[in-house]
Design a protein around this ligand. Structure first.
Ligand code: SF4
Length: 424
């Protein structure tokens, strides 16, 4: 056998010993890291990543848990992703992640009607050691501005339904998209939301040093004042807090619309608190169960879009299996496969859409160190398949206890039952 053939057959042999996509997507973050470590020891990690990263969902999953990997494994993952991007550069006329190649227009309408957050940049300049969302230090990637413009221009109406915030495990002010001679910043993306989806996205930022950014935070761009602007000041010293207070707009702005009076102000968020250890990656550093916070900081069920993937999210208590307190699974397709009792959400979330909604089930009382989980189980959740809407009742591990169809092809089940009665 010549050398080339030998290398090809070695590669094939290695490939056939890799776990399947279905198996890998069922892993908890720790199990995934154990699997990568075992491949690393056997010398098969690079070959695995080369082939696995061709797959959108594996790429999304590995990226989401990148902080859990060893430093050299993270560097390898980033390098391979970068190389693949050079071979298939993002097209300015496409939607982010080329979603338009993967989903039909109808599917995209359903997906984007449940979009709760857009992560504009992958990685975060801050790199807080206890980040509850496991953001890795340093921005690696961003969603090109032209693709975001396409998204808002075409699906602004759908996006307006859940008014997604424009960050997740990221610092909004990190966004910079260089296209041609123009630099686009977070503020430009914010304008897309105002212009095409008619809402002024809520912002939480840790950037309290950049004057231009502070000016933007202190100024409203639209009449929609229902969303908050927050400076995250977790762990900030009293001296710095005092200094910051003088630099933000603290006066209340009252706005009257037809139904209600809305109070808006830029606020400081997290005073007297520190970032809590034990959410996400730092979960494993805690020795006893009692040391672990019960709820994460994820506050929505629904869809998340990042530079590296499209995900379904569902808030649950923090466990070894779900260390951020959220089940997060890459959305692969939208099928008409029914959902039944006994199914597990992790599998269902690969093929259907979790309805977007606010779902913050955590609370932290002043004077107490740890966050509590305030939600109850079984938890109700609505899920869309290609042709039906299901109402599910699930336990803390995402096992489906009950499943009933509440809508079929745009008709309420009550309407269908009524029609059946009349014809029956
Ligand atoms: S806590 Fe916020 S600012 Fe800090 S690393 Fe995480 S996403 Fe970035």
């Amino acid at each position: 056998m010549n050398m080339e053939k030998f290398e090809t057959s070695l590669k094939q042999e290695k490939k056939s010993t890799f776990l399947t996509k279905g198996e890998v997507l069922q892993f908890s973050p720790q199990e995934m890291v154990d699997y990568l470590n075992s491949l690393d020891t056997k010398g098969g990690l690079e070959a695995y990543l080369e082939s696995a990263l061709e797959d959108d969902e594996i790429k999304a999953n590995l990226s989401y848990w990148e902080k859990w990997m060893k430093k050299d494994q993270r560097a390898l993952l980033d390098k391979i992703i970068e190389q693949k991007k050079e071979i298939y550069p993002p097209k300015s006329e496409s939607l982010p992640l080329n979603l338009d190649d993967k989903f039909t227009e109808e599917e995209l309408k359903l997906i984007l009607s449940n979009l709760e957050a857009i992560q504009l940049t992958f990685g975060c300049s801050r790199g807080c050691p206890f980040c509850g969302f496991d953001a890795i230090k340093g921005v690696r990637e961003h969603i090109p501005y032209s693709q975001l413009a396409n998204l808002f221009q075409k699906y602004g109406g759908e996006i307006s339904k859940k008014k997604p915030f424009l960050y997740w495990a990221s610092e909004p002010s990190d966004y910079l998209s260089k296209e041609g001679l123009e630099d686009k910043t977070y503020e430009d993306v914010h304008q897309l939301a105002i212009r095409y989806s008619f809402y002024d996205p809520g912002i939480t930022t840790s950037n309290v040093t950049d004057k231009k950014w502070m000016d933007f935070m202190n100024t409203r761009q639209s009449d929609d004042l229902e969303t908050d602007r927050r400076f995250s000041v977790f762990g900030m010293s009293d001296e710095r807090l005092g200094e910051l207070k003088n630099r933000i707009t603290t006066s209340r702005l009252e706005v009257h619309n037809e139904q209600k009076k809305v109070n808006y102000r830029t606020s400081m968020f997290g005073q007297q608190f520190k970032h809590v250890k034990g959410m996400g990656k730092t979960f494993e550093e805690e020795e006893g169960v009692e040391d672990i916070p019960k709820a994460g900081i994820a506050c929505v069920d629904g869809i998340l879009l990042t530079p590296r993937g499209l995900y379904n999210m569902f808030v649950v208590p923090i466990t070894k299996e779900f260390p951020q307190g959220v089940i997060i699974i890459p959305l692969e397709k939208v099928t008409d496969e029914p959902i039944n009792p006994g199914d597990n959400l992790r599998e269902v979330m690969r093929r259907s859409i979790i309805e977007g909604r606010y779902s913050h089930e955590g609370a932290i009382k002043r004077g107490e160190e740890f966050q509590k989980y305030t939600g109850e189980f079984p938890k109700e959740v609505s899920v869309y398949t290609a042709d039906k809407k299901f109402s599910l009742s699930v336990d803390t591990n995402g096992n489906v206890l009950e499943a009933k169809v509440v809508k079929e092809n745009d008709k309420d089940i009550s309407e269908i039952n009524e029609a059946n009665k009349l014809t029956g």
